[in-house]
Design a binder for this molecule. Sequence first.
Ligand SMILES: C[S@@+](CC[C@H](N)C(=O)[O-])C[C@H]1O[C@@H](n2cnc3c(N)ncnc32)[C@H](O)[C@@H]1O
Length: 336
Amino acid sequence: MLRGRQDEIRAYTMANLAPTEEGEDEDGTSSNGIAYVIEENPTGGMRMIANKDFECGDLVLQELPLVLFPLPAKSDLRLSLRRALNAFDDAKRADYMGLANIYAADEVEPVLGIFVSNKFEVFSTDGAEAASADRTKPFAAVFKDISRMNHSCCPNVVRYWCTASRSMHVYAARSVQKGSQIVTAYCDPFLPLRERRALLLNTYKIACACPACTNSESAANRVRIRNIRDDSAAVIQWTLTPALPDDLLLVPSLEQLKLIEDEGLEGTEYYARVLRRLWLHIFRVGRLWSFRILWADVEGVEDRERDEEIGRDKGNALGAGADPRRCGSPPVVYAA
Ligand SMILES: C[S@@+](CC[C@H](N)C(=O)[O-])C[C@H]1O[C@@H](n2cnc3c(N)ncnc32)[C@H](O)[C@@H]1O
């Protein structure tokens, strides 16, 4: 039953997320219409590779887990895993047992070693559970394909658990070119470098060599990003206060945007914060443009003269001092 559902989602993933045509692409390679491929990593193990270009926000894949358990495990996890595996059909059991096991050399039962090597913690993100205390109770899920994604502290995708469909959604956090590796963050990329290193080594046996772990300036950059506050109230106040310069937020916001992009952290809330602020900037300046157009229509002035006029009036531009008769209607755009 669950298998049928998984096949359905897989078919959906392939049909809807892989709009590349069968046959040869522009670069002469064959994409065969699949959004991603799982292949051997030259440095060992497996990896997930984009088989088409993705833009920021594109759904890369959506997948049901092979197993999903509440954490901490309520009963003996090994027993539960064994029971789950016994209930699987052969193909699904082979999918699970074919996943990486970084504890293979240790005295850990393979079902458990595979679980620990491949699990992603998931939280309820929607519906009644999200609103309830369950939100704080994570589950751990292992996936046939998603568990093939390697780690980077500069991930190019973000993961969202959808409780309603009991599936994980993976979205591109920035442009991802066909042929590049799809990488996700196994831990909080804002953890201090030393903590990140210890966690990745102890839990996943990873000595991360991503740009953030090898660039000596990255740690300081990440602290700066983490200090970007949710200043929505102040920004809205600026939007509504014509006396404050139009470009007050522009330069710092663009600098912050670049900083986040340089650190490869577009999938984080900080990027959304800065983009929201820039959107408000466009909202305010965009209104200025509307005002100019309106003004030009009414007055029929030349562009140059109009710009000069607006430049002169800019201190009170569109505020109390602007002459409403000149544009036929009061400049109410910034009225609080
Ligand atoms: C969830 S699996 C990822 C897929 C795995 N590479 C495979 O072969 O199936 C996690 C394991 O992959 C390897 N891995 C993931 N990210 C890595 C990285 N950035 N550097 C080195 N090894 C990594 C580690 O062995 C880690 O324990």
